[in-house]
Design a protein. Sequence first.
Length: 56
Amino acid sequence: MKRIVLALSVVISTWATTASLAGQNSITVEHAWARATPGMAVTGGGYLAVTNRGPA
């Protein structure tokens, strides 16, 4: 679960940085979080809000 959350956060931060550098701030990712799972859990979940304020 920790690996998935870490990978997701890296992808989102890279995506946000790339969009920022390109001068396109029309897509935002906010309120990303993941709940802690019990020690023996094999699945988990992550939540986030993606907003597109662009023309498309």
